[in-house]
Design a protein around this ligand. Structure first.
Ligand SMILES: Nc1nc2c(c(=O)[nH]1)N(C=O)[C@@H](CNc1ccc(C(=O)N[C@@H](CCC(=O)O)C(=O)O)cc1)CN2
Ligand SMILES: Nc1ncnc2c1ncn2[C@@H]1O[C@H](COP(=O)(O)OP(=O)(O)OP(=O)(O)O)[C@@H](O)[C@H]1O
Length: 182
């Protein structure tokens, strides 16, 4: 059963985020958010970073990936598997990518890195609350992945993605994000 309130919120958020990303101040603000991440002690300590390959309408991740690689960190990106599972694959210049039905880019082949080797996971989402809840695209991929993830989860929220209080129902399987940069 899909949650109707969450479905409506997702639709609204997609529009708001798209609108924000097109406004002329967006790049300046994004730079500030990236800087917060790059100066975060947990980021500085991390050897391996899990992050998505963003698509249009999402917080762009390429600058984070490039910076992390230039700092000598390992970057791993998700590949979706049956039963809404994901695995993370080492990403570099030679990684081959395919576009999925959902419109995301995923690696083809490459070395799978175990969950326990990921120090920080940058988790995408449409909405985040000050008390660390998150709404994603509705696949449940990250909620499943995070159940036995013991590294640190971090999300980057632009203004339209950040809420003082969750304006959506919290469900039993929702997993809080450790740190929200906003
Ligand atoms: N850039 C990026 N990559 C990402 C994510 C993301 O949010 N952003 N994900 C964050 O989770 C995962 C993929 N998320 C997905 C979320 C929903 C569906 C989905 O609803 N699929 C439908 C079929 C869609 C279609 O046919 O067009 C389905 O399986 O029924 C698929 C993948 C991994 N990669
Ligand atoms: N740990 C879990 N085990 C089984 N089912 C789950 C789990 N987490 C979520 N689900 C299922 O996945 C569906 C989508 O979950 P939810 O609405 O939390 O997605 P989301 O957090 O927005 O998406 P995502 O995590 O992919 O970014 C839910 O309807 C729920 O039934």
């Amino acid at each position: 059963m899909q949650n109707k309130a969450k479905m409506n919120l997702r639709k609204q958020q997609l529009q708001k985020i798209n609108h924000f990303l097109q406004c002329k101040n967006a790049n300046t603000l994004l730079k500030q958010l990236y800087q917060q991440l790059f100066t975060d002690p947990d980021y500085l300590r991390a050897e391996t970073i899990g992050i998505t390959l963003s698509m249009d309408g999402e917080v762009p991740t390429q600058k984070v990936i490039d910076f992390a690689l230039s700092n000598g960190k390992k970057v791993v990106v998700p590949r979706t598997l049956p039963h809404r599972q994901m695995e993370f694959v080492l990403f570099d210049d030679s990684t081959q990518l395919a576009i999925t039905k959902f419109g995301t880019r995923e690696p083809i082949g490459g070395s799978v890195v175990s969950k326990s080797a990921i120090d920080i996971l940058v988790v995408p989402g449409l909405a985040f609350s000050r008390n660390h809840y998150r709404v994603g695209f509705g696949g449940g991929y990250y909620d499943r992945f995070l159940t036995d993830f013991h590294g640190l989860s971090i999300s980057i929220a632009t203004p339209p993605q950040f809420f003082d209080e969750p304006v959506w129902p919290i469900e039993s399987f929702d997993i809080k994000i450790d740190k929200i940069i906003h």
